[in-house]
Design a protein around this ligand. Structure first.
Ligand code: ZN
Ligand code: ZN
Length: 161
C-alpha cells in the first residue's frame, strides 16, 4: 500500500516550513499533480495556467523548495534540471525514466527490492531521503514517431524495404 499523496499544497508547504504565497502554492500544486520530474520551462507553462509568473521568480521558489526539502532536483541527459516532490512529500522514494529524445522524465513506481533498505539488515535500515537512479531510454511516444521509413533508433538494425 502506497502512502497517499498529501491532500493539498497548503499542507505540504506547512510541513516544509514555507510561507504559503499564492505563487508558491501554485508551483507546489503543479508538482504534486504531475507524476513526472519537470524542467523549469514546463513548470512555468503549467503554473501560468493558473497565475502570472516569470522564470526568475520561479527559479527562486524552486531553490527555496529544494533548500527546504520539499522538492528534489534531478540531473537529466540534457543540461536542464528536472524537479519533482521529495520522497517524504511524494509518499515514496522513486527512480526516474528519462527519454533521451524528447527529454520527458517520469517518476517510476517503486519496484520491490530496488530501494529495499530493510535488506541492509536489522538495525542498519535507513530512512530514505532520495534515490538517484535514472534509467535512460526512448519513450513510447518517441518510438511511435519513428516510422519504418524514419530515422533508425537502434544502430545496426536493418530497415525493411
Ligand atoms: Zn520521448
Ligand atoms: Zn520523481
Amino acid at each position: 500500500m502506497d502512502t497517499p499523496r498529501p491532500a493539498n499544497a497548503e499542507e505540504m508547504l506547512g510541513r516544509a516550513g514555507i510561507d504559503p504565497t499564492p505563487l508558491r502554492l501554485a508551483v507546489a500544486r503543479v508538482l504534486a499533480r504531475e507524476e513526472r520530474a519537470l524542467p523549469v520551462g514546463d513548470i512555468l507553462a503549467l503554473v501560468r495556467d493558473a497565475r502570472q509568473a516569470n522564470k526568475v521568480t520561479l527559479y527562486r521558489i524552486l531553490d527555496l523548495f529544494v533548500a527546504k526539502g520539499l522538492v528534489r532536483r534531478h540531473s537529466s541527459g540534457d543540461r536542464a534540471w528536472r524537479y519533482c516532490l521529495a520522497p517524504v512529500f511524494a509518499g515514496r522514494p522513486h527512480c526516474h525514466a528519462y527519454c533521451v529524445r524528447c527529454g520527458r522524465m517520469d517518476c517510476l513506481p517503486t519496484a520491490d527490492g530496488l530501494v529495499d533498505v530493510a535488506a541492509l539488515g536489522p538495525g542498519l535500515a535507513m530512512d530514505v531521503v532520495a534515490v538517484e537512479v535514472r534509467i535512460d531510454g526512448v519513450c513510447a511516444a518517441c518510438r511511435r514517431q519513428s516510422s519504418p521509413g524514419g530515422r533508425l533508433l537502434t544502430p545496426g538494425r536493418e530497415t525493411h524495404k
